[in-house]
Design a protein around this ligand. Structure first.
Ligand SMILES: [Zn+2]
Length: 125
């Protein structure tokens, strides 16, 4: 899933990519590649109808939304002013995959209002 997330972001370059991670007990189980309707290298917006379908699907499972990921094609792995302003899910992890260096860097943050809190992420098999 980790690889799929990075692969998805790589595939969408030079645009930002975005997606959702769902699971339970803090462990992500399913990745949902979402469409970036902005088609932009500096911002992303998800399609509301696509989000609605994902939530409808996961409502029939024991999974819930744990994370939202998106890429920064040229910026560092830290929420931009726009990311902070547009963040509507204070309870989930916001993963940012940065391609500003040769090796993709993934970092995770909780965004509560204007407060950004780094979260630890662990990749498990
Ligand atoms: Zn961003």
């Amino acid at each position: 899933m980790w690889k799929e997330m990075i692969h998805h972001c790589k595939k969408e370059l030079p645009y930002e990519a975005c997606g959702l991670l769902t699971g339970k007990n803090g462990i992500a189980k399913t990745i949902w590649q979402m469409k970036n309707i902005d088609q932009s290298p500096v911002s992303f917006s998800m399609d509301l109808e696509q989000i609605r379908r994902v939530f409808e699907t996961i409502s029939k499972t024991d999974e819930s939304l744990l994370g939202i990921y998106h890429s920064h094609p040229t910026d560092k792995a830290y929420p931009s002013a726009g990311d902070i302003a547009n963040s509507n899910y204070p309870d989930v992890g916001n993963l940012i995959i940065s391609f500003s260096n040769n090796i993709p860097v993934v970092k995770c943050f909780q965004i509560i209002g204007k407060t950004v809190i780094p979260l630890n992420i662990e990749v498990v098999d």
